[in-house]
Design a protein around this ligand. Structure first.
Ligand SMILES: [Zn+2]
Length: 320
């Protein structure tokens, strides 16, 4: 699978870069998995052997997060358990981010007056900087500014916690989740991370048309998808050299919607409108919700009516 878009987060330090020691797999990230380190400083991660893609370290003097990047955004990292058999974890299109701090109320109490981030009570500046990262991952890589999972407080979030995804849910997921949601894993971090506040702040920092219209639960501005662009991608990408993408950002919006409908595996949500996306779109056209098209009318090349139906269900606007 191709890596596309910028691979390093602007401003992140590359002084603890581990991709030369551990090459990782190429992915097309559509999910952020959040962790908390349960410590107060940048971990050594056993020389990179158990490192995430990025670490956010609180800078108490400047009231901001200092970012360290260890692997490229679309390169698999190593902070998740992956059992034999079952589903892939580290390599399934996830970018992992460790926040230096604790989600454990017992640790929070023990650390007392030592400056530290406690996940359920993050200061505004930490939420602001986590939101800026979420925004960047959305704008540059199409990671949805959505979550849809509950971040349980530690220690109830440990082990079999009622919010951990099963293999099928994990395969279909895109957006923001935590270590506590990943199958084959026991850890309960990052506890009650204020995900809704982070995503709301990320939606508000949108550069589109001034201010967010906070209708309903999400304050994210509706993405626009051009029918002409998506059709061009559907005609070009399948026969183009591997990894070729046309109008990547708009194609990602459509692919995320197809995945949410259960018509496309999340591992093919990659911004390239290839043969898998075309057959998924054909299934959408044949479905009742998609318009119930038959024969050559359900050829997998998006049409205005079927794309608008998809947009109405998944929060995007179709333009000519
Ligand atoms: Zn973790």
């Amino acid at each position: 699978m191709a890596k596309s878009g910028p691979q390093t987060y602007p401003g992140a330090s590359l002084s603890h870069w581990y991709q030369n020691a551990y090459a990782g797999d190429a992915m097309e990230t559509n999910t952020i998995v959040w962790h908390s380190t349960e410590g107060t400083s940048l971990p050594t991660y056993s020389g990179g052997a158990i490192a995430p893609n990025l670490t956010a370290v609180p800078n108490w003097g400047k009231k901001r997060l200092d970012w360290y990047q260890h692997f490229g955004f679309d390169t698999s990292a190593r902070a998740l358990v992956n059992r034999a058999g079952g589903v892939e974890t580290n390599t399934l299109n996830v970018c992992q981010v460790e926040i230096v701090g604790t989600c454990d109320p017992a640790t929070h109490k023990r650390w007392g007056s030592t400056p530290h981030l406690y996940m359920p009570e993050l200061p505004d500046w930490a939420i602001r900087d986590l939101a800026a990262f979420a925004r960047w991952a959305h704008d540059e890589h199409g990671v949805p500014l959505s979550s849809g999972v509950t971040f349980k407080a530690y220690p109830a979030s440990y082990g079999s916690n009622g919010v951990r995804m099963n293999g099928g849910e994990w395969m279909a997921f895109s957006g923001h989740c935590g270590h506590q949601h990943v199958p084959e894993n026991d850890h309960g971090d990052p506890g009650a991370l204020p995900m809704a506040a982070i995503l709301a702040a990320a939606g508000k920092s949108s550069n589109s048309s001034g201010g967010s219209s906070s209708s309903g639960s999400s304050s994210t501005a509706q993405p626009k998808v051009s029918l002409a662009h998506v059709v061009a991608a559907a005609r070009k990408d399948p026969s183009a050299p591997q990894g070729h993408v046309t109008y990547r950002a708009e194609v990602l919006v459509v692919e995320h919607a197809l995945a949410a409908e259960g018509l496309l595996s999340s591992k093919y949500v990659d911004g390239s409108f290839g043969t898998r996306s075309i057959s998924a779109y054909a299934r959408w056209q044949r479905s009742t919700a998609g318009g119930g098209y038959t024969g050559t009318a359900a050829d997998g090349i998006p049409g205005s009516a079927s794309l608008k139906r998809l947009g109405a269900r998944h929060g995007f606007t179709v333009t000519p």
